[in-house]
Write a protein that binds this ligand. Structure first.
Ligand SMILES: [Zn+2]
Length: 67
């Protein structure tokens, strides 16, 4: 199986597959492959972390991003 590489949304840090054109969380089309570490959000409506990073949908969010 091919290795799956992810990119991070520049606006909300949502991690998505390289082939994805639009961020499913915020709708942004700007991404970066330069990111480090991530947190998993399972229940955005019931998570203080999700609120802090403005996560609206479950998924993985990058912790650090290159500018
Ligand atoms: Zn986004």
């Amino acid at each position: 199986m091919a290795k799956v590489v992810y990119k991070a949304c520049r606006k909300c840090r949502y991690l998505t597959e390289i082939k994805t054109e639009k961020c499913p969380n915020c709708g942004s089309t700007e991404f970066t492959k330069l990111w480090r570490g991530y947190i998993i959000v399972i229940d955005p409506g019931n998570s203080q972390v999700a609120e802090k990073i403005d996560a609206k949908i479950p998924g993985a969010y990058a912790i650090k991003m290159a500018r």
